[in-house]
Design a protein around this ligand. Structure first.
Ligand code: MRU
Length: 352
């Protein structure tokens, strides 16, 4: 397994006492201007951190949710709540409602619900929720390194990899999924490079992906979203690797808005298009991408850049945050268990 990785730890449980702690996270709304960590102390603060995208990226949201469940239990314990289990479940549901598309959030909260349902005293449940959150946090980095090392096998020597949005260390606890593939590939071959789409409207590619890769000394070129087919036609892109927020049972994959356009362009130019994502991003309860809930975000994300209006007053706006790439455009889904064709995801869930 490669040792090359960014030092970034996006979200981390910090113990502050017996049955007490905080979720320490990088405030991603400040990147690249500032790299600052903040402490999240309550379930409500966690809901807001996820909703306002202080923390973002499917696996990072999932782990934050797991931390949020532990924070909720700690609060209820401190307040000596009479209805501990009921209030805790309500808190978990509340955190789950912060963003709808990334299934990792409900996946991680379900892992916490299983702990609650095992029962025990309030103290035992709180302790178990904290321990489980820390376990999930640690596992996330290990999973990403496995994704990275499987994915490195599909990166040709000296390749230019196009990516969209940020599926990096900052979208996970550390290392990243799509950027995990980049990190593992770079450790083997330092002649590879990355082209990063800007990713309007929130510019995660420009702000966050370039920040991470520059930090790690991996060559990266920033392009705007509309430029990808230009560079594909010129033969300057060898492979596309992006992350995912939710993958349906048939392999249709939701990721940041604009990913679908990249996949169509890649197909037209005969360039392999891969998704890199943990098993927890696969939602076998959803048959096709048509049923994936797509988050609609505030109009202001489209009408402004850095707080400055960029269009006429009164213009109509619609701002879907994700789109779905159909399975036929996806060459493979890179997971911690290997690389799968989108149509054969069921193999991942078969009992051996
Ligand atoms: O709105 P965001 O920034 O949370 O969207 C993030 C993405 O779309 C990522 O590509 C996806 O979550 C995969 S992260 C490993």
């Amino acid at each position: 397994m490669s040792e090359f990785h960014s030092k970034i730890k996006t979200v981390e449980w910090i113990k502050t006492g017996e049955l007490d702690g905080v979720s320490r996270m990088v405030d991603q709304t400040l990147i690249p201007y500032e790299y600052k960590k903040i402490d999240i102390k309550t379930a409500e603060q966690m809901y807001n951190a996820i909703k306002t995208m202080i923390v973002r990226g499917a696996p990072a949201i999932g782990i934050s949710g797991a931390h949020g469940a532990a924070l909720c239990a700690i609060e209820l314990l401190k307040n000596n709540s009479g209805n501990f289990i009921q209030e805790l479940k309500r808190g978990i549901e509340y955190i789950n409602s912060s963003r709808p598309t990334a299934v990792n959030l409900s996946w991680a909260l379900n892992e916490q619900l299983k702990i609650v349902d095992k029962g025990g005293s309030k103290e035992e449940i709180t302790q178990a929720l904290i321990e489980n959150a820390i376990r999930l946090e640690n596992e996330d980095i290990e999973i990403n390194k496995k994704i990275g090392d499987y994915g490195a096998q599909i990166v040709p020597k000296g390749a230019t990899i196009l990516t969209h949005c940020n599926a990096g260390a900052l979208a996970t606890v550390g290392y990243g999924t799509a950027l995990g593939v980049v990190r593992s590939a770079y450790a083997k071959d330092n002649t590879i490079q990355v082209f990063a789409d800007e990713t309007r409207p929130r510019q995660q590619g420009a702000r966050i992906t370039t920040f991470e890769l520059v930090e790690d000394g991996i060559p990266v070129t920033l392009i705007t979203d509309g430029m990808c087919s230009y560079f594909m036609k010129k033969g300057m892109i060898d492979v596309v690797v992006v992350g995912a927020d939710r993958i349906a049972a048939n392999g249709d994959s939701a990721n940041k808005i604009g990913t679908y356009t990249v996949a169509i362009a890649a197909k037209y130019h005969n360039i392999p298009f891969y998704i890199a994502a943990p098993k927890s991003t696969i939602d076998m309860s959803i048959k096709t991408g048509d049923d994936i809930p797509i988050e609609l975000r505030d109009e202001e994300e489209v009408t402004t850049i850095n707080g400055k209006k960029i269009c006429a007053d009164g213009v109509k706006v619609i701002n879907p945050s994700f789109d779905v790439t159909p399975n036929e455009l996806i060459k493979g889904i890179i997971t911690e268990c290997g690389i799968f064709k989108p149509q054969e995801l069921n193999k991942l869930f078969m009992k051996s």
